[in-house]
Design a binder for this molecule. Structure first.
Ligand code: BGC
Length: 379
């Protein structure tokens, strides 16, 4: 068959814009930072019709297309269409957050006898804290991307060196975040870090999920299971008190699948502090390096299911309570209240100030390793 001239021209043009790196992986220019540095975007695909887009800016997951029960793929994440949109990403959509994801009370912690002060950029209940890495955390940095492949799966490794003293944190930290899309329909996010001086860290992946593929639709009808018999009660500033409390008999009990909206308006202090679900659950597994089950999320209409496994001790389930229709995202959609949710595996919030929490300290010679496996299916 003869290819029409116009089509040939278009094919040649698009090939020059987007270059295949390996099977299932292409890279292209996404845009430029305000200072002129070029920013790449990578597209990962597998043979079941999944597609992940990842950018060097913020080591962000830009989109993830997942087939529904009829095989129809749709993007199941909130975010922006262009780099310009992502530059103003105040909700941490899709981001790799650090150094310390979640909250540090009063923006202060003590390490080896020395007190460190961070910028406070959040104040739930009028109580100031440092949230998600500060003014210009990892999610606002330009990382360096590199194509990788392992066991036939395509991936992208993003590297960033955080200077000693950046955002108030001690120690030069070298960080690598890798996204891999496997033939088993898994999106794997992995963070590794080493440091030149003792520091604290909690690198967190912050995608907002709406498995329906319709970003206008509430996630309150999704069904959620959390493999956690305990949660961390907080003060009004959403800082854990240090006690673990059983979820049994509370609206935070997701040990069996529950529709998210079912108990969301219950008269329960934790739900009032969070304005809905916005808490850390302590995972039942040991979290000592082996992956443990964290969550299972299902959208009954599309049939899409996401299961999440991790090597971290806790998961923050944030139900999109602060989305309020003022952010315009992909396709011009204004993201309304609770139209997406986050499942952030991590250490305990405020771990550096909490002697009961697993340590958040990384010392020279040690390697920080956080792994999340998001496995997708449809039923
Ligand atoms: C937190 C929320 C916060 C949101 C910001 C979540 O990780 O739990 O309290 O408002 O991030 O996007």
């Amino acid at each position: 068959m003869k290819t029409p001239i116009l089509l040939t021209t278009l094919i040649v043009m698009s090939a020059s814009l987007s270059s295949p790196v390996t099977a299932g992986l292409t890279e292209s220019l996404y845009g430029k930072m305000p200072d002129g540095r070029e920013v790449k975007i990578y597209t990962l695909t597998n043979s079941s019709g999944m597609e992940a887009k990842v950018t060097e800016y913020g080591a962000i997951l830009v989109s993830l297309k997942v087939p529904d029960k009829d095989g129809k793929p749709a993007d199941v994440t909130h975010g922006y269409d262009t780099l310009e949109g992502w530059l103003g990403n105040s909700s941490y959509f899709g981001a790799s957050v650090g150094r310390f994801g979640n909250r540090i009370a009063n923006g202060k912690f003590t390490l080896d006898g020395k007190e460190y002060t961070l910028l406070t950029n959040n104040d739930p209940g009028g109580m100031p804290c440092a949230l998600h890495g500060g003014k210009e955390g990892f999610c606002k940095k330009l990382w360096k991307g590199e194509a990788v492949s392992a066991d036939g799966a395509s991936g992208v490794k993003l590297s960033y060196v955080s200077a000693d003293g950046e955002e108030g944190y001690p120690g030069e930290l070298s960080v690598e975040v890798t996204y891999t899309l496997t033939e088993k329909n898994e999106l794997v996010w992995e963070a590794k870090a080493t440091t030149k001086a003792p520091t604290v860290l909690n690198i967190v992946h912050h995608t907002y999920w709406n498995l329906s593929g319709d970003p206008d639709k509430s996630i309150n009808d999704h069904e959620l299971t959390l493999y956690a018999a305990n949660y961390l009660p907080t003060n009004a500033g959403m800082i854990p008190t240090g006690e673990k409390a059983p979820v049994a008999g509370t609206p935070l009990d997701f040990t069996k699948a529950h529709v998210i909206g079912e108990r969301i308006d219950a008269d329960f202090e934790a739900l009032k502090f969070g304005g809905g679900y916005d808490h850390a659950w302590v995972l039942d597994g040991t979290g000592d390096g082996d992956l443990v089950k964290a969550a299972r999320l299902r959208d009954p209409k599309s049939g899409r299911v996401m299961t999440l496994a991790t090597n971290q001790p806790a998961v923050q389930f944030y139900g999109g309570n602060f989305l309020d229709g003022t952010t315009t995202g992909k396709g011009g959609v204004k993201y309304q209240h609770r139209t997406a949710l986050c499942l952030e595996t991590e250490n305990w919030p405020d771990a550096p100030n909490n002697p009961k929490a697993p340590t958040a300290i990384l010392r020279p010679g040690e390697t920080y390793h956080h792994k999340m496996v998001h496995a997708f299916s449809a039923e």
